[in-house]
Ligand binder design. Structure first.
Ligand code: LMR
Length: 335
């Protein structure tokens, strides 16, 4: 009889252990969180490509088993227009880094970054982004379901066409591809040119077939996408900037455990500081590669560049009220 009780007791204990084990297992082996990071650039010497790879590497090492970042470069997952819609849903993509010119559908505040000749160089852009104003802009999309985690640099824009662009009148009558930004549309109209909004992926083909005559972009984009091959030289105008907002889906982010969010934020801050410091030299390497490929780079004298500035600056008046004069002042004084 005592044996029977003992046996029953042991069986009950065993069932309890199994039951607890079954309940506990899903927690102990909680599913790895996957972050799909989509962007449109490629090229081993591209600032955004490298920053995204570095972010993934550090997360995948430091949060191994808990979080895995998968980077999809070259627009293979989504283009920059579709990615914003999908990112808000938070299911098929959770992170992205579109250029600041591509947020028109979400916010008009980023228009400040597209005003021609507003920032002298990437250091001025950096100073503005790090200011109270810059940080507030990054948080301004929260109500739309998008959180800005960081600004990543690419660099200053240069201009190219199927003929040399030395003076503003050279652009007159030409068709230029622009990103999804009304400021950039206005900028080319100001020059008497015809702007056409177009996805990054389509630019090379459009230049090659003559759908458009010219474009504006950074050295790293012009080199990695080989735009210089189908243009008659590139003019070093440094007239504007292409930088990125690294964004995450609010719906996705708010469900993450707090300690994971803290660690992801820390890694993002480290990568941003390391990689932003390298963006300028990467662009200069790409510039050199364009020269090595026997392509022409037209440099402008101070007076020639001033002529472009005078020709494009009236665009500011069209957007200043909407952007806000305080913001404009803050950006102008950023060094
Ligand atoms: C472009 O469309 O020209 C750029 O925004 C691409 C990029 O992400 O740098």
């Amino acid at each position: 009889m005592r044996h029977l009780y003992l046996l029953r007791y042991l069986t009950t204990c065993l069932s309890l252990v199994i039951a607890i084990g079954l309940i506990a297992t899903p927690i102990a082996q909680a599913k790895e969180i996957v972050i799909k990071f989509s962007h449109v650039t490629s090229g081993k010497k591209h600032p955004k490509y490298l920053a995204a790879e570095e972010f993934a590497k550090r997360v995948n090492e430091r949060l191994a088993g808990k979080v895995r970042v998968e980077v999809y470069p070259g627009g293979q997952l989504f283009n920059d227009k579709a990615v914003l819609i999908e990112l808000i849903k938070g299911k098929s993509v959770q992170m992205a880094a579109p250029s600041l010119s591509k947020f028109e559908a979400i916010t008009k505040k980023f228009r400040i970054f597209d005003l021609p000749f507003l920032f002298n160089d990437i250091n001025a852009v950096n100073a503005f982004q790090g200011s109270t104003h810059g940080k507030a802009l990054l948080r301004s999309m929260e109500k739309k379901g998008i959180l800005g985690l960081a600004y990543w640099h690419n660099g200053m824009k240069q201009m190219s066409a199927n003929k040399p662009l030395i003076k503003p009148a050279d652009a007159k009558g030409l068709k230029f591809r622009v990103q999804q930004s009304d400021v950039l549309v206005a900028q080319f109209k100001q020059l008497g040119a015809t702007p056409q909004k177009m996805a990054f992926k389509e630019v090379y083909g459009a230049l090659q077939t003559g759908v458009v005559d010219g474009q504006e972009n950074t050295w790293s984009n012009i080199y990695s996408k080989k735009f210089f091959e189908v243009q008659n030289g590139v003019t070093e105008t440094d007239h504007g900037v292409i930088d990125y907002a690294v964004i995450v889906s609010k719906r996705f982010w708010s469900k993450l455990p707090k300690d994971i969010r803290t660690e992801l934020n820390a890694i993002m801050a480290e990568v941003t500081s390391d990689r932003n410091g390298m963006a300028r030299s990467l662009n200069l390497e790409n510039r050199q590669k364009i020269l090595d490929a026997s392509s022409t780079i037209n440099t402008l004298s101070k007076a020639q560049r001033e002529a472009w500035r005078q020709a494009m600056k009236p665009v500011w008046n069209q957007f200043a009220d909407q952007i806000g004069h305080d913001l404009l002042k803050a950006a102008q004084s950023a060094k």
